[in-house]
Write a protein that binds this ligand. Structure first.
Ligand SMILES: Cc1cc2nc3c(=O)[nH]c(=O)nc-3n(C[C@H](O)[C@H](O)[C@H](O)COP(=O)(O)OP(=O)(O)OC[C@H]3O[C@@H](n4cnc5c(N)ncnc54)[C@H](O)[C@@H]3O)c2cc1C
Length: 485
């Protein structure tokens, strides 16, 4: 790990607030700090602002929003809180969840006032993850870009008024710390070389580490099976926070999504295709097996998180969808937007897809345990034929697996985000292992770990919503602090 640098010589400038990272959390933090009267420096290593908002679906949730009002929906932060904790089995930090839900409605209303518009029919109770009990979840018409578009005019206006100094193409390479442990600035590396810049408060908003396979594995104890995170999510801020005395928590909350068809059996793989395996999106006809050829989960379980946890328990988080010609013919294609013809023929050119005239031959071709797969399919068919309960309690059993040719698709558990992150207080101050704050150092966004606000699950909107909300709240608070100094 890098040691935090000690202050070198005279610094050329001083700012009330230095925000490192101009993405989902950093933009609102810089903006609200500047609107509150603080002198702000925003340091962004990419040429453009936006970070993960360029890729993110940007689904966000909140109560008391104008979008709910339009539909006559009444809702409360308490109901939102209870839904979040139910979905993630109370594995998220309750104080940070409260902070999010208590202010998420204001966040969404601010976005709406600045041009953010939602998709037809939104807000909804849920989309790809377990649903809320109320309609409070929405996606912008241009996904994450709708959020960025709402912020940029205000941010650009603050830059034009010189309330925000913006350094793009510039990396925060080090934190500067006084001998008594206070963070007093950053060392930046940009077109002008290395520069020490001092600040009264420094906010780390550099995103997660799910594009950095080595760091991800170190912090989660699980390899990064597929690279799907925004490429700047390299974990810079985690290392910066550690260097100043912070501590990292939450790696144990890692949760994997099912259904990624990898481009190859290597880590990290790339996503070749995606099958949601979510019974609320598509009724499953196929069975799911592991490398041993055994089923491991109720494929039609009403909670997609249950299926996710089942996948997580399989070796290398691998799973195979097994189906036959009749299932292919009668079910919705397992990979959205693929034709049945493509599903039937992909095995001719793609090693993740196999087809054979018997279950045993399919297993041999796909590299699964042949005897076990035969007995798995036999058990599934027998119970169905004899009207006995399914071995995993599956209710939807529309047809036996008995019409050749048989098909398999190899799939991989995966994640878009990192769960480990800098431990923060409810004031968003970076904490040492013992629980005391590193003076003047704050962290927001995915750098505090998905585990903090989403828990060991994918809780609807519980990354983008807290990222923006914490950015807004912290920016406002640090501006107030700067005025009272
Ligand atoms: C495809 C996809 C879909 C998603 N969908 C959803 C969703 O619908 N809802 C949800 O809640 N979550 C979703 N997520 C997760 C969510 O989008 C992210 O967790 C969130 O956007 C991260 O925000 P952030 O501000 O922490 O990081 P970012 O938005 O990535 O911003 C970090 C910024 O810091 C910059 N940076 C990094 N290191 C440095 C450095 N050393 N110096 C200067 N700058 C630096 C980066 O260049 C970047 O611009 C999704 C993620 C992905 C990848």
């Amino acid at each position: 790990m890098w040691p935090a640098a000690l202050a070198r010589g005279n610094t050329s400038n001083h700012y009330d607030v230095i925000v490192i990272g101009g993405g989902t959390a950093g933009i609102p933090c810089a903006l609200f700090a500047a609107m509150g009267g603080a002198r702000v420096l925003l340091v962004e290593k990419s040429p453009a602002l936006g970070g993960t908002l360029f890729w993110s679906t940007g689904q966000i949730a909140g109560s008391g929003t104008v979008f709910q009002e339009r539909l006559g929906i009444t809702d409360t932060p308490q109901a939102h809180f209870e839904d979040c904790m139910r979905i993630n089995h109370a594995t998220a930090d309750p104080a940070l969840t409260r902070l999010t839900v208590n202010h998420a409605g204001e966040t969404i209303n601010w976005l709406a006032e600045h041009g953010f518009e939602v998709m037809d029919g939104h807000p909804v109770t849920g989309i790809g993850h377990d649903h809320f009990t109320a309609r409070r979840y929405q996606q912008g018409v241009k996904s994450g870009l709708s959020i960025l578009d709402a912020f940029l005019p205000s941010l650009n206006a603050m830059v034009a008024k010189r309330k925000i100094t913006l350094l793009t193409g510039t990396t925060a390479a080090n934190l500067i710390q006084s001998r008594d442990g206070r963070v007093t600035g950053v060392t930046t590396a940009g077109p002008e070389g290395l520069r020490d810049i001092s600040g009264s408060n420094v906010v780390i908003a550099t995103g997660g580490c799910a594009a950095n396979a080595r760091l991800f594995e170190e912090l989660h104890g699980v390899p990064l099976y597929a690279k799907t995170a925004y490429p700047t999510s390299q974990g810079d801020g985690l290392l910066l926070g550690l260097s100043a005395g912070g501590t990292i928590v939450g790696g144990d909350k890692y949760a994997s999504l099912p259904g990624l068809v990898p481009d190859a059996f290597q880590y990290p793989s790339q996503m070749f295709a995606y099958a949601p395996l979510n019974p609320s999106i598509r009724a499953p006809w196929e069975i799911l097996v592991n490398a041993r050829g055994e089923r491991f989960v109720r494929e039609d379980h009403p909670s997609v998180h249950h299926i996710e946890r089942g996948v997580y328990q399989q070796p290398a988080h691998r799973h195979w969808a097994i189906f036959d010609a009749a299932m292919l013919e009668r079910s919705e294609p397992i990979i959205p937007k693929w034709t049945r013809e493509r599903l039937a023929n992909e095995h001719r050119s793609n090693a993740m897809f196999h087809s054979a005239m018997s279950v045993e031959a399919l297993a041999l071709s796909a590299g699964l345990n042949s005897l076990a797969l035969h007995s798995t399919v036999d058990d599934y068919n027998r119970r169905l034929k004899e009207g006995r309960e399914d071995a995993f309690g599956r209710k939807m059993r529309p047809a036996p697996l008995s019409t050749p040719p048989y098909y398999s698709i190899a799939m991989q558990g995966w994640t878009l985000v990192s769960f480990a992150g800098l431990k923060v207080s409810v004031d968003l101050q970076v904490l040492r292992k013992g629980g005391e704050a590193v003076p003047n150092l704050y962290a927001i966004g995915e750098v505090i770990g998905a585990g903090a606000t989403s828990g060991a699950a994918y809780t609807n909107g519980m990354l983008v919503t807290p990222a923006i909300t914490f950015g807004r709240l912290l920016g406002t608070k640090l501006a107030r602090a700067s005025l009272s100094r």
